[in-house]
Design a protein around this ligand. Structure first.
Ligand code: NAD
Length: 290
């Protein structure tokens, strides 16, 4: 397939490389990132998009996505698919999809989970929103870049699934970390707590698959000095998107709001920036209730 790929950063670079390795013809554009081997460099987003059957974007946020969409949609071939894999706000995803539809294109929002290791290994999970035709056309590409793709409904629903998942993840990680710090103060051994919780009703992905305590449970960033992994500032981005969406539809999300506020404090006022999001545990260890 002839593919345009715009945004070749930490995630987009390895994703584009996997498409090339599977035999697709990829024309790429990024303002700064190096071109992955085998990707044909384009001089602009418009050049990468021109003549492509599918254009994939992997960009930092919704404002940049809207700007890139304004530029490339008029240049795309009718019937082609605009597939955005960035994590952006639901409103931007829906606005860009409408713009694409009005121009005779298909549109799919397909944010990912799995991080840079998943992008490199081709084991991402995609949660997709958009029309059936567009999804069917990009599904074989998602299969190359990932291990699973779930079609969640119309445009914007991929982003909705992503922020709901990460709101659960953020809140669950915080409470898992505060429980370990509470256990310490109560004289409860961390291994004993893990052995109980990981097989009891308090178990979760945060506890069982990403244990935030060094040397306990699953091997995770905690065993590597809390080097990310999934950086606290990326978690903060997703928690802010969740609250932005909740405000738009008047949804009551007190735990998600508390998680956003705590990660904002951790990243912007404390030492959280550049740390894995599970570094909430050393944060709680050193604090009292005041
Ligand atoms: P990144 O900053 O490494 O890559 C973004 C790239 O977009 C950069 O190389 C930048 O130069 C390029 N760019 C910006 N504006 C552009 C423009 N107008 N035209 C062309 N290129 C432009 O970020 P990333 O880690 O690759 O993340 C990309 C997206 O994936 C984000 O939305 C992020 O939230 C999401 N995501 C990231 C992870 C992760 O672990 N890194 C996990 C899941 C989802």
């Amino acid at each position: 397939m002839k593919i345009g790929f715009i945004g070749l950063g930490n995630m987009g670079g390895p994703m584009a490389a996997n498409l090339v390795a599977a035999g697709h013809e990829v024309s790429g554009f990024d303002l700064a990132a190096p071109m992955p081997e085998g990707v044909t460099p384009a001089g602009s987003g418009v050049e990468a998009a021109t003549g492509a059957e599918v254009v994939i974007t992997m960009l930092p946020n919704g404002a940049i996505l809207r700007k890139v969409a304004d530029e490339i949609i008029p240049a795309m071939t009718k019937g082609a698919v605009f597939a955005d894999c960035s994590t952006v706000d639901v409103d931007s995803a829906r606005a860009v999809a409408e713009q694409a539809h009005n121009a005779g294109l298909s549109a799919v929002d397909a944010p990912v989970s799995g991080g840079v290791t998943g992008a490199a290994a081709g084991t991402l999970t995609f949660m997709a929103g958009g029309d059936e035709d567009g999804f069917a056309k990009v599904a074989p590409l998602l299969d190359i870049m990932g291990q699973k793709a779930v079609h969640c409904g119309p445009s914007g629903n991929g982003q909705a699934a992503k922020i709901c998942n990460n709101m659960i993840l953020g809140a669950t990680m915080i409470v898992t970390c505060e429980a370990f710090a509470l256990a310490d103060k109560l004289g409860l051994d961390r291994q004993a707590m893990y052995d109980v919780v990981s097989t009891s009703s308090g178990y979760s992905w945060s506890m069982n698959a990403y244990t935030p305590a060094p040397g306990i449970g699953a091997t995770s960033p905690a065993d590597n000095g809390y080097k990310p992994g999934f950086a606290a500032e990326l978690m903060l981005k997703d928690l802010r998107l969740a609250q932005q969406a909740a405000e738009t539809v008047d949804a009551d999300t007190p735990m998600g709001q508390a998680a956003r506020d705590l990660y904002a404090r951790f990243v912007e006022q404390e030492s959280g920036e550049g740390m894995d999001f599970s570094a909430m545990l050393p944060r709680f260890e050193t604090r009292g209730r005041g």
